[in-house]
Unconditional design. Sequence first.
Lengths: 558, 270
Amino acid sequence: MSSTSAPDTYTPKTRVGRIANFVDSRTGGSAMVKEFGRKIFPDHWSFMFGEVALYSFVILLLSGTFLTFFFDPSMAETHYDGSYVPLKGVEMSVAYASSLDISFDIRGGLFMRQVHHWAALLFVAAMSVHMLRVFFTGAFRRPRELNWVVGGVLLILGMAAGFTGYSLPDDLLSGNGLRIIDGVIKSIPLVGTYISFFLFGGEFPGTAIIGRLYVLHILLVPAIILLMIALHMFMLVVHKHTQYPGPGRTETNVVGYPVGPVYAAKAGGFFFIVFGVIAVIAGLFTINPIWNYGPYDPSPVSAGTQPDWYIGFVDGALRLMPGVIGEFPFEYVIFGRTLTLNVLLPALGPAGILFTLLFAWPWIERWVTRDDREHHLLDRPRNAPTRTAIGVAGFVWYAVMWAAAGSDLIATHFLVSLNDVTYWLRALFFLGPIVAYIVTKRICLSLQRKDREIALHGRETGRIVRLPHGEFIEVHEPLDDYHQYRLVNFESPEVLPAQPDANGRIGRTEKLRGRLSRLFFEDRVAPVTPAELEAAHAHGHPAVEEAAESRTSEVSRH
Amino acid sequence: MKALSQRRRHPLAAIALLLLGLLVTGGLYAVAGTVNEAKAQTTTYSAQDVEEGEKLFVANCATCHGIGAVGAPEGAHGNQAGPSLVGVGAAAVDFQVGTGRMPMQMNGPQAQVKPVQFNDEQTRQLSAYVASLGAGPAVPSEEVLDASQGDPAKGGELFRVNCAMCHNAAAAGGALTRGKFAPGLDGVSEKHIYEAMVTGPQNMPVFNDANVTPEGKRDIIAFLKSIETEGSPGGAELGSLGPVAEGLFIWTAGLGIIIGFTIWLTQRSS
């Protein structure tokens, strides 16, 4: 740091100035502030979900700290003696009793519990929406692939933090959830039972699990989350922010507000807005009313037992899996050991596929497009139709499993048969993503064609004019340059057929890549070229129609 | 008539009308109240009750349950329009008719609750008739229905072990197979809760006195009534449906409000 080595010739005049100078000359803070304070954030509402997640996490830390003051993660047995009458004298674990005490006998405790739980739901929801935004705008492309992976790890950690916390109160609902996890672990071939006994310190439920989950929940998982957030933010600063395309925005600049002073004030204010929204929700709407569920006891299982929303898709997959199909069983006994595929497959299969694809996607796309350039300008989702279609297909797949987690509530609230709900969702599990892919891709291509039309013709005004020779035409109003820029200036990769390698041979993977490239880009809608635009403007109406109709010739032109 | 029309604008007319209304309502209420009481106190039915009940039965129930309540003949697939009611007891009739489930609105996986079709007296007569056909659970006495004498904590334990798997731990109800369901228990009367336990209506199993003692049943009623009157200490309960409702809420209302704020914050004044 130059400030620490340079002779200190500057003498501040005020007391505050002297303190500031003292600190700065020893830490080099001004350089950091200068660097970070000039970091530019482009303004767009969809860029703020990461912030929402971050603020929710801060709220989680604050409210969670409060809860640790009063929560006792002990599974020792006790008889409840607090103020909630319907549970008076009931035998329960100390963990559940202390959760009830937090809810009923500690001032502000119930509010803080609800703040903590609502913030947790919002935390994972905001992360998910943030991730969807990053995916659909192509913000994961070079140089941000690793930050995408860190984000994915954060999502999994968020789910882990949520699940370990969900289990802590040791009420009937969370115990049922733990029992499902125990069943999933035990379905792992050979080692499952051993892992389960190791985790629970013996037979389920044992007397150790709450204490262990507590340590994971308040120490290990949040620590790793903090580390990952630090990494995420570091890379964010290094990479600079992405931006939507627009006039004056290029791959080498960022257009927006610097952190200091406006953006810092906005972001600080936004923290309090998020805090306020969570506080209002926590104050008005109950969440996880543990007193309704009663203490955990392995024998009762409540109807309508579901995990929190972010684990829901795994629960849904379990609900969708048939035990047998006709005569075909999913449970085998091999060498005296049971292999229960009807638990193992749905519990680990979809989640495994989903997260593998999620983590690998930047590399898959890079491989298919052979595009290794840096991208700081985002794609509008319609301008990357195949990526958007694949993303929507994945989302629909997730949503089908998600809905299946509430299949019983769908049945009771829409007065349909639970069996029919399950059959439909099973069909959608396979068909939904395919339909979603096709429909989304067609919609994207149509939107691109519409953009093309508008760029060439201008906007339809609805004014019909009769020409002197009797012809009727509709008057089109040309776009202004700003709007036109958005419609014509985007990247549109073309099909890149399989390329021969150095020996002049086309390998098998390269052939596959070529096929995928065709799938991705063969029906692309090319952006309007300057020549087309000029032709459209010079010749007026009829010429444009011709140009627009012969789309194939346009594609070959560039 | 003329005197009335002249005085209807008198300053005291409104007050007189109000008094009259209150008197009529109160009077009717008192009569209805004593009718209820009288019915609850009666444990034996008169021969006239049985006779009247039979008339009602033949007119309203026999189409499905058969004359003499012996049940309709079985169809080709072993299904039956209405089962035999011999030996189901007065409690079964009081529950099914008293909650409006019978006469059944339509064929379906199970009888739906709808507005009650018979008044208390008619329900009592129907119960008397069916009870006369064979021994069965009787309408419970006031004593076992008194929630204030029950222990809600013990009832909660019994409820979680015996009832929660279908009715949900918070008694919010739940789905069963093929369109059948366990209804939510909020607002169900003490008598009907007890009768459901001893008769096992629709798809519910019977919890006889050897299974859950009358005191145990009273504890369960006390538990259900205590969570009903307790309200929700944490605020609006979103239907007591658990994490699905909570997740839906944060994704719609929670994120919706947040998105509103993000749009507001990133708006430009241009």
